[in-house]
Design a protein around this ligand. Structure first.
Ligand SMILES: *Cc1c(COP(=O)(O)O)cnc(C)c1O
Length: 499
């Protein structure tokens, strides 16, 4: 299987190269040249397999240049018991008669990003070895909070790799910041940036696209890669759990094998929902994708109008991991729905850069609307859903998942479509405990986040995720900071680059 650029500006590469490069050096993203299409019978044969077996099955289809044992070893290391104690890895909770919550946050850092970031380092070190790259790999990460810690945990003390994480100074919670700053490991660096997440992401993207700086890196025996969801090695692992969820729903006799489900995903960079779309293209029976946004509703507007317009106020919300205006993975999706029309993608993304917006053609828009429905929730709405869900079902939602639940409700009301739905639950509620407690108590809460965790625990008896216990008393190990225009200089400083 070969990987090609969404902008038609790069040679095709194998998966090892796509993963080790992270993104196309000239701009653009790697996508599989062809998506393996499976018959229903072939899919249903897998229904009793473990999570790990499903992962191996799917990875083998996309990573054809990896040996089977490399894939098996990677999967085994990533989804071991210490990192994911629950045997099912992604427990599926039935909320009501036709709604399921897919809990994706049982990994070490309490956010769904662990599902991919525990395995990406495994794939990356094997890819680099196979490509005989002698250079040290430098992972640059822009994070809105959750990716940073998940990437740090995944890459901590991985040989031949350095990781540098940039997060927006005022854009992450205290717990998220502490999670990152307390990370050990001799190869980890954490930098707070004066700006928002888009500033972080743009700075990192610009470094990737900076030929001069790359040359300097190479001269110093370093090579960049990315652990952001623009890396194919981040997306691929996320396909697995949608199959797993479907199999469980079928085995419960909720739907018949082959019948369609709906999938609702609280969306930021469009990675998680894109993985669901890839699962669908492989043959998973899906009726509609519900793309859930918060007040930064660029995607909701885009799905309705066909206009992607980032000229708007960036809003900080109680679901910060979705506070994003430039959803990078949308580019891959547009490439797929235009049947790989790289000239269109190039044109649209040049427009986005020069005019802050682009408009897709009617035909593409119709195709997208047939499959995707965009909805958004205000903070007040998300908080109300957290409260009613706890009151009605004794189930505690985090603010991101709450946006997913609320969007599904809105979709159902507007479309009278009661198809069984799966909502991707992207974080443990304790990771965003202030907003959750404020929702339950319907009042503003000023106290320290760690006291809030205790109070929330007293109030709900929901178990505190192990990754968040004891954090308060751990030593902070990182103090770097920089402004948004000096990210490159900061990287050079950290790596001690000489000319
Ligand atoms: C990253 C993240 C999201 C958004 O996922 P994308 O793949 O970027 O769309 C949603 N919720 C939480 C808790 C996250 O950490």
């Amino acid at each position: 299987m070969e990987y090609i650029s969404t902008r038609g500006n790069y040679k095709s590469v194998n998966s090892a190269e796509a993963i080790s490069l992270g993104m196309v050096p000239e701009g653009g993203l790697f996508v599989p040249e062809e998506i393996p299409k499976l018959e229903l019978a072939e899919i249903m044969e897998m229904k009793d397999q473990s999570y790990q077996e499903l992962a191996v099955w799917i990875f083998n289809k996309f990573l054809s240049d990896f040996s089977e044992s490399e894939i098996e070893e990677s999967v085994k290391a990533a989804y071991q018991k210490e990192s994911f104690p629950r045997s099912e890895k992604t427990p599926l909770i039935k909320l009501d008669q036709n709604t399921y919550i897919l809990e994706l946050w049982h990994g070490p850092t309490a956010a769904f990003k662990d599902m991919a970031l525990q395995i990406l380092p495994q794939l990356l070190v094997r890819a680099v070895k196979n490509l005989e790259v002698e250079k040290e790999i430098v992972i640059l990460v822009a994070t809105s909070g959750d990716t940073g810690k998940a990437a740090l945990e995944g890459f901590k003390d991985v040989e031949g790799v350095k990781i540098i994480v940039f997060y927006p100074e005022d854009g992450v919670s205290r717990v998220q910041e502490d999670q990152m700053k307390t990370t050990g490991g001799s190869n980890t660096e954490v930098v707070s940036l004066k700006g928002n997440f888009d500033d972080c992401q743009t700075a990192v993207k610009n470094i990737f696209a900076d030929k001069e700086f790359r040359a300097k890196m190479e001269a110093n025996n370093f090579q960049f890669s990315s652990a952001n969801s623009i890396n194919w090695g981040r997306l691929l692992p996320q396909i697995v759990y949608y199959f797993k969820a479907y199999f469980e729903i079928v085995k419960e006799n909720q739907v018949k094998a082959g019948n369609k489900i709906n999938i609702a995903v609280p969306t930021g960079n469009f990675g998680n929902i894109l993985a669901a779309y890839y699962a669908y293209r492989m043959g998973l029976p899906v009726n509609k994708f519900i793309c859930a946004s918060n007040d930064n509703k660029v995607l909701t507007d885009f799905l309705e109008t066909g206009i992607y317009n980032i000229e708007r106020e960036f809003k900080k919300t109680i679901s910060p991991s979705m506070d994003i205006l430039i959803s990078s993975n949308l580019e891959r999706f547009l490439f797929e729905v235009t049947d790989h029309d790289s000239s269109k993608i190039k044109e649209w993304y040049q427009k986005l850069k020069s005019e802050n917006k682009f408009v897709i053609d009617q035909q593409t828009k119709a195709k997208i609307q047939h499959l995707f429905s965009g909805h958004y929730s205000t903070e007040t709405e998300a908080k109300a859903v957290i409260k009613t869900t706890f009151n009605n079902f004794n189930y505690l939602l985090d603010p991101h998942t709450a946006v997913g639940v609320d969007s599904l409700n809105k979709y159902r009301q507007q479309n009278k479509d009661q198809t069984t739905a799966v909502i991707a639950s992207t974080a443990n509620p304790y990771k965003f405990s202030r907003a959750v407690l404020e929702s339950l108590k319907e009042e503003k809460i000023e106290q320290d986040e760690y006291r809030i965790i205790e109070e929330l625990n007293d109030l709900t008896a929901a178990k505190v995720h192990r990754g968040l216990r004891g954090l308060e008393n751990m030593e902070s190990k990182h103090q770097h900071s920089c402004d948004k225009n000096s990210v490159k200089e900061k990287v050079a400083e950290i790596l001690k680059l000489s000319n």
